[in-house]
Write a protein that binds this ligand. Sequence first.
Ligand SMILES: [Zn+2]
Length: 402
Amino acid sequence: MTEKPSGKAGINASSARSGNQNRRNTLMPSNHSYKLSWLGLMALAVLLVLANSPRTSLLSCAQAADSLDPDLAAFSSLAPIDAHIHVYQDDPRFGTLMQRLNLRGLNICVIDDRDPFYKGLEPQRGDALKVRQLTGGRAVFCTTFSPYGFEEPGFAERTIRQLDADFAAGAIAVKIYKVMGMEMKSKAGKYVMPDDPAFEPVYRDIAAHNRTVVAHIAEPDSCWKAPDSSSPDYRYYQQHPQEYAYAHPEWPSKAAILAARDHFVAENPKLRVVGAHLGSMETDVNQIAQRFDRYPNFAVDTAARVPYFMMQPRDKVRAFLIKYQDRVLYGTDLEVQPGSNTEAALKEWNDTYRRDWVFFSSDRAVEYLGRTYHGLSLPAPVLRKIFHDNAVHWLPGIVARQ
Ligand SMILES: [Zn+2]
């Protein structure tokens, strides 16, 4: 999609899969354990009684969890929250998958006038509300607003009215997007930045309603660099030359855009801001740490940027995630547009969650773009924060609204 260089291209979860396979092999019972002992028969009898009791639903939940491989079972045991998804296809199979993984997600709308599907808030908004319903409230609505009319009279009032209606309809967050800084110009011909005074009343309204801003501002460094086939984003900019800053030297520098992002975060200390895609500081965790030290109202999600963690020194990334364990939200950027192949999407979800879980939770090998990386083996309390608690804190309503 146009929204981001996804970084998903080329993800190879096969090593994670073979890792599971190995693990399962070691857990396979040897022949003699098939002989049923007297105790085993008693246990079977108890299970049969339970299966016929009103607690059957509990039993079938346990059976569903049992059918997951060990990695996805461990992932699902944390009641994981994916802080960054785009699901606009109302297929009940997404609800089934989310229930099976005990998963919740922030389902994000985007407005980008360069892409026919993302041109307006509708039909995304209607689709996101349908998906919320069919997932039993697990896919929670994140709205957005069109920034393009920022110079028109009444822009702030109109935008606030729309957002307040979306909040009343259950939206828990508001996305702002990279068209600020990289596409939109004022009538005077200046690039419009996310800290433009026109947006200030809107940010204040979001804070007053205790909602969160999800800020996809700027792009990976590679967007400003010459084509490099070893970059995770190479294919994306080949396919989306209109978003490739290297081909547009007249665009603002990445540093200028991030400075404007930092400025609006600083100006709105009561507003929670989650920087999508590692806050576009994907190549060096020290840059993220600097912002965390300066701005207590700032966190980041990992959407489509987990490979950038892999590519940095393992000990540095591990130390960063332990030190800032309250500030990083797990997210993927998984996207399903209407008419997409549901089977392929479901497989991609399973593969991505499995690969990311192996990377964060174990020291096993994960392959990415033909290279092998070792997982971070983060402590269990840190995993619980990254995969669940931080989303609850930074995105109030992600769990409560059902
Ligand atoms: Zn996204």
